[in-house]
Ligand binder design. Structure first.
Ligand code: FES
Length: 414
């Protein structure tokens, strides 16, 4: 994170502690329409116009360690195959055989020299090209060069693999704007994949993500956990281009020792001041939330299974020195870290099923968001921009209000 951003966030934290009302000119935010959480038509719009157009986190390079490693990734609602080729490049393909559409790979992950469809054994090279067809003589004018697996956009930042179904989408580096530069000091490309697990939340995916985009709730549902460490009154929110956002919540000064949060884990990279004195969290549009920590941190990914059910994937990353136990299990220290985090996660998610019922009850008319909650509104504005405002029924649109509150793109990030 450069010095100008560091200084700006520190000034914003100071301002937040001192203010008695929202800053001058901050707009009144129209209610978020209730239908966006419960209307099947809106959910269908998201399925058709949002998820196929967004860069979505799929996996860590550590999950595809060598040429021939493959991973089946179905979280976005379509079966996608990630493969590391002989040239070390990681590619994404629809896991759909070009013969009669059978899945080419059925195992969740593995390693192979070539990819063979189980149905009639068409064989594909690791770069997706069609290598061999049994009884090829029976096909008339089959052009094997035209029948390779269909490739999707697949790009990496650090060790993180993102996939986009939209061939016209801007490059990942453009789409995620200033975030990589802000995390450069953490040397995220050296991080190691630690573990992953999933939770089922009985709640619309947006209401689930939203629980992690503000700290207004800290004193109320995390009174005995997070609130003891963080002071929500100084939280500095950054609305970033592309619907992404940042939240820097100051660590209570009495917790810090020599300007750091004491930890049994060693830190990695060359972390600057902000990630050491705040809880620095990002939302990468649309569904990735990461509460960073300079000694290891999780990615939280929210995937809609249906309009009222969300799968939350939690993936942990550790520093370059992370090593599992000899049998591959989690070291005791990491087990404790995970248990402590899961306790907070329970606090964040235990209300969600009841909230969804309430949203569906007929007694819910819309959400009046406050200044502290503006990251939520920013997310909704970008959902509409991505889907195309004209494709959204007028009663379900979010009125753009925060364009002037988005941080300017620094030179070099454009
Ligand atoms: Fe794959 Fe026939 S469907 S070989």
């Amino acid at each position: 994170m450069d010095q100008a951003t560091t200084e700006r966030i520190k000034r914003e934290i100071e301002f937040e502690f001192g203010r008695t009302e929202p800053p001058e000119g901050f707009p009144s935010l129209p209610d978020i329409p209730a239908q966006r959480y419960i209307d099947p038509g809106f959910f269908d719009l998201e399925r058709r116009l949002l998820w196929p157009r967004a860069w979505l986190f799929a996996a860590h390079v550590g999950q595809l360690p060598e040429p021939g490693s493959f991973l089946l990734w179905e979280a976005s609602g379509v079966p996608v195959l990630l493969v590391r080729g002989e040239d070390e490049r990681i590619r994404a393909f629809f896991n759909t055989c070009r013969h009669r559409g059978a899945p080419v790979v059925r195992e969740p992950c593995g390693r192979a020299r070539r990819l063979r469809c189980h149905y009639h054994s068409w064989v594909y090279d690791l770069d997706g090209s069609l290598h061999a067809v049994p009884d090829e003589r029976d096909f008339v004018a089959l052009e094997k060069a035209q029948r390779g697996l269909i490739e999707l956009r697949c790009e990496t930042w650090g060790g993180w693999i993102f996939v986009n179904r939209d061939a016209e989408a801007p490059a990942l580096a453009t789409a995620i704007g200033p975030v990589p530069a802000e995390l450069e000091d953490l040397e995220v490309d050296k991080l190691r994949f630690v573990t992953s697990y999933s939770l089922h939340l009985e709640c619309n995916w947006k209401a689930s993500v939203e629980a992690f985009l503000e700290v207004y709730h800290l004193k109320h549902i995390h009174a005995d956990t997070v609130d003891k460490f963080l002071d929500h009154r100084g939280a500095a929110m950054g609305l970033l281009p592309g619907g992404h956002s940042r939240m820097a919540t100051p660590v209570r000064p009495e917790i810090l020792v020599d300007g750091n949060v004491p930890s049994p884990f060693s830190s990695f990279g060359r972390p600057g001041e902000i990630p050491r004195i705040t809880n620095l969290a990002y939302n990468l549009f649309p569904n990735l939330v990461t509460p960073l920590d300079i000694t290891g941190f999780p990615f939280l990914l929210f995937w809609p299974l249906d309009i009222r059910t969300t799968r939350l994937d939690v993936l942990w990353f550790g520093g370059p020195d992370y090593e599992p136990e000899e049998d591959g299990s989690l070291p005791v220290l990491w087990q404790k870290r995970k248990a402590a985090f899961d306790l907070v996660l329970d606090e964040d998610t235990e209300n969600l099923a009841a909230i969804q019922k309430s949203l569906e009850s007929g007694g819910f008319r819309g959400i009046p968001l406050n200044y502290q909650e503006r990251r939520l509104y920013h997310l909704h504005e970008q959902i509409d921009r991505t889907m195309g405002i004209d494709d959204i029924p007028a009663t379900m649109r979010v009125q753009p209000r925060l364009v002037d509150w988005v941080e300017p793109v620094a030179e070099g990030d454009a």
